[in-house]
Write a protein that binds this ligand. Sequence first.
Ligand code: SF4
Length: 343
Amino acid sequence: MSDFKRNRLARQKNFDIYEKELVPFKFDGKDKEVYKNCNLSIFVDDYCNADCKFCVAQLRYENRNKLYEKERIEDDDAYYERLDEVLEKLEPLNLSVSITGGEPTKSPRLPRILELLEKHHIRKRTITTNGSGLFDKVNGKTMLDHLIDNHFDHLNISKTHYDEDINKKIMCYKQGYCSNEDLAKIIPYALKKGLRPRLSCLLLKDGIHDVEGMAKYIEFYEKIGVDNIIFRQLMDYDLEKMCNVEKMHYCMKNEVDLNDIWEEVDKDKRFIPFKNILGYYYYVEIYNYNKVVVCSESADLKVLYEEKKRHPDVVYELVFHPNGNLNGSWVDNEDILMEYKND
Ligand code: SF4
């Protein structure tokens, strides 16, 4: 049996947070230990111009039986001031930062958020977007150029299929779109300017659902210069705690099991195994396919909550919410580490 297969089968049973480096840190009087690989996610806004049938952002939130409508600091200056304060406090942790949402490129706040990350010398900067706002202009400059000028490292673009009709059917854009034609402009431009794009494809029965589909997807986008692609399995959820019934039904009907795909990948000589990573609630396998680095990831939110419950003093992830709270959770009133007080 290959090492990949052994780890794949054992998965989270083998994960022990105390084998990882933990950094003691005080958040507003609370003594915690922060996982060294911890990332700070800045959830810019819940607005999105698409309405993906599987929307991970909404599901993640609703998994705790909460409605997906976040409170926010309405005043822009108060918001930037609060983010500045939180980034300064976290500076000793030297965190990587991911920008997410909703659709962050549709938020007029984005350019100033990027400037704040530049001000605090954040070591690794990533944004996850559906790509549709990258050519939108703020202060005479495209969002793409704002990212480049503020030294972003990674640009994750979600695209569920290379076939535009299928992609549109799954992502249900209400306004705007990121076409393959747009990607053919974005990818080489970003690469030339030192911003590394990565396409992110959620595996769905309605969309890419087998090894052949993955191969076609890779080859299609390799032609326009993409050298990094991630295929994700829909996250596993605790069904009893869900409240978005429509999205949940879609996910249940459309789930593709990566274990089946990995069995096929093991036999396919085009996928050359490179490395695998075991995280606290996710497992990733990385392959080379021609000149493209291909990742495949499965994640389980139930495992995430169990893991956190077992070790309440460990901080696994940090999320800065639109209401100004810094949390160890994607839910803005759960596991609050630095609470925003508007006084
Ligand atoms: S693009 Fe992202 S945030 Fe927007 S609906 Fe789709 S999954 Fe949700």
